[in-house]
Design a protein around this ligand. Structure first.
Ligand code: XBP
Ligand code: MG
Length: 253
C-alpha cells in the first residue's frame, strides 16, 4: 500500500455529534418559524437520517410522514427556502458553542498537520455549516487546514453515492490508495468504500446499530491518551486511542 498522504473527514457524526441536538433542533425551529406543526422528534429524525441531505430529507418526510400536506406549487423552492432558514438556525446554534468536537478530533487534526499529512472534508451538509463548525470549535484559521472542503450540492448525488469522495480526490489530485476516510454512518461508509477508500468508523447514538461491513476498524470514539476507545469491530493492534501511527497502520494493513 502506498504511503498515506491525506486524511478525508466526514463532518456530521464524525467531527462532531451534530444531528440530535444540532441539525434536528434547527429543522424544528425553521418549521415553527414557518407556522408548521412538523415535529421531528429524536426517534422520527433517527428514521429520517436514512436520507442524506436536509432538502432531500424534508421531501422524504412529506412522502413518508405527511402525505396530506397541501404542497405548494413549487415544492423545490419552498423546500430550498425552508432549508436556508434551517441553516441559519443551525449556524447560530454552532456560534453559541452548543456542539463541541468529538474526543480526539482536535488532537488528530493537529498531529496530522505536524506530520505533513494533507486534510480534506467530504460531507453532505452545506459549506456554511462546515465553516460554522470549524470556526466555532477550532478558530477562523482552521478553514485553511483543509485543502478541499467537498460539501453539499457540489456533486449531483449525495452519500451513499461515492461522488463527494471522488470529487475531493480529484481536486487533491490523489488516488484513493493515498488516503484514508473517517465516517460515522452506513450511508457514509457506502460512499467512502464506493470511492475505494480505507475507512475508519466511529459510531454515535444514531448509527450504533448500522452495518459497517468493510470498515478498517469500528470504534466508539477516537479516545484520548487518558480515556481509551472501545473497539467494536476490527483490531487496534495494541493502540488504546487513535493517533497518526494507528491511522498509518490501518492504512497499510
Ligand atoms: C450528514 C447529512 C446532512 C445533515 C444535515 O452529513 O446527511 O444532510 O444531516 O445537513 P455528513 P444539511 O454525515 O455527510 O456530514 O441540512 O445541511 O444537509
Ligand atoms: Mg456523517
Amino acid at each position: 500500500m502506498p504511503e498515506l498522504k491525506a486524511l478525508i473527514f466526514d463532518v456530521d457524526g464524525t467531527l462532531a455529534d451534530t444531528e440530535k441536538d444540532g441539525h434536528r433542533v434547527a429543522f424544528n425551529l425553521a418549521f415553527a418559524d414557518a407556522g408548521l406543526d412538523w415535529d421531528w422528534t429524536v426517534d422520527i429524525y433517527g428514521d429520517l437520517l436514512s436520507v442524506t441531505g436536509g432538502k432531500e430529507r424534508m421531501k422524504h418526510f412529506l412522502d413518508k410522514y405527511n402525505p396530506a400536506f397541501d404542497q405548494p406549487e413549487d415544492l423545490d423552492s419552498y423546500i430550498a427556502d425552508m432549508h436556508k432558514a434551517k441553516t441559519a438556525h443551525y449556524t447560530r446554534l454552532l456560534s453559541q458553542g452548543l456542539i463541541p468536537l468529538r474526543p480526539g478530533v482536535k488532537r488528530i487534526l493537529n498531529e496530522a498537520r505536524e506530520k505533513g499529512l494533507r486534510l480534506a472534508i467530504a460531507t453532505t451538509t452545506t459549506p456554511a455549516n462546515v465553516e460554522a463548525l470549524l470556526v466555532h470549535t477550532l478558530g477562523e484559521e482552521s478553514m485553511d487546514w483543509f485543502e478541499v472542503i467537498a460539501a453539499g450540492d457540489i456533486v449531483p448525488a449525495k452519500k451513499p453515492a461515492p461522488d463527494i469522495y471522488d470529487w475531493a480526490l480529484e481536486k487533491m489530485n490523489l488516488k484513493a490508495e493515498d488516503c484514508i476516510a473517517f465516517e460515522d454512518s452506513h450511508n457514509g461508509i457506502l460512499s467512502s468504500l464506493g470511492a475505494s477508500l480505507t475507512t475508519i468508523i466511529t459510531i454515535n447514538g444514531y448509527t450504533k446499530d448500522h452495518d459497517f461491513t468493510g470498515a478498517a476498524i469500528v470504534l466508539d470514539q477516537y479516545g484520548e491518551p487518558d480515556s481509551p476507545f472501545t473497539v467494536l469491530a476490527g483490531d487496534a493492534d495494541g493502540f488504546t486511542y487513535l493517533n497518526i501511527d494507528m491511522i498509518k497502520a490501518l492504512h497499510a494493513a
